[in-house]
Design a protein around this ligand. Sequence first.
Ligand SMILES: [Zn+2]
Length: 391
Amino acid sequence: MMKKISYTILCILCFFIFVGNISAKTLKEVKDELNRDIANRNALIQKQKDVQNRIKNAQGDISNLEEEIEKYEQEIEETLAKIDELNDEIENKQKEIDNLLNFLEVSDGDNVYLEYIFKSKSFTDFIYRAAVVEQLTKYNDELIEEMYDLIEENKKLKIELEDKIDKNEKSIDNLEKKLSSYNVSLKDLETAHSNIDDTIADRKRTVNYYEKLYKQYNCKETVELDTCLTVESASGFIRPMAKGSISSEWGYRRCPIHGRELHSGIDIAAGMNTPVYAAASGVVVGITRKSSCGGNIVTIRHNIKGTMYRTRYMHLASINVTMGQKVTVLTVIGKSGGGGYTLRRNGGWDRCSTGAHLHFMILKGSTGSTTINPRKMVNFPGKGKKFSARW
Ligand SMILES: [Zn+2]
């Protein structure tokens, strides 16, 4: 049972490690990820703009609605004032009517009646005056009725205005709810934006870092990171030159003078003064200058997964390293030579070489002279084929 569980945990762990690796296997994929993130950021910026516009619109709508409410409130005040005014007028008219009626009543009474009656020049005059009073009263009654109607209308108007205010207040409530949700999503977007900014900055640094190394290692963008950058642990050695072609293999050959003879290294044909790199990280353990046959020679000792090897680079035109120097696959240890003719003329050394090339050897152990076929440990193209990368 325990075993099962720990296997499960192990598998889950493996899965995560696997996923972690798979997310960016090559420089190209790292670049693709960067571009995807940049596209995501642009989409986020667009979304932020949208939400900001919505917020702006909602705020504009709210202030319009508030302005309307203010207007309605003013209109309500005016309506109430109108109702008061109409009530006053009604009161006045009522008084007028009362006065007129009093006058008529008085005409039926004693003193004033007498006065009025006697003021009338005739009975016709009296009738005429009474008719005028009656007409005026009727007219005022009509006016009062009209004013009551107006009051009713104003009351209705007031209710309508109050309804409008209610509606606007509800709309404002809704808009404010929307606003707060917009603000929340804007904050989320801003957080996502700043996160993606960080990610992009990281990715850019990563791309720059890998780009430099890929260039130095001469890897294509589609080559896996592990393959390009941790070659030592993967296969031990990489090519000591970034371009050239194999002109002669390691192995035994027939020599007309010496009989069966071992060609102890592999020959890489390249132009004069082509940079020569260490084939793996290690320490410089041998430097020979201007030897009559091998020219300038550098020997480097390596520890490949706990096993010791040495690599030797012969026919160098110049040497860039010193004894004991620690080197990596990025270290230019010298420039290629072997273009014997000029060198022979100039100093008489490196006589055994007939053309510009590097004689590259891999020796077993820290000492001794046993060589192994470099092809066993370095991925070289077939004989005569040009290569233009170190892997
Ligand atoms: Zn050779």
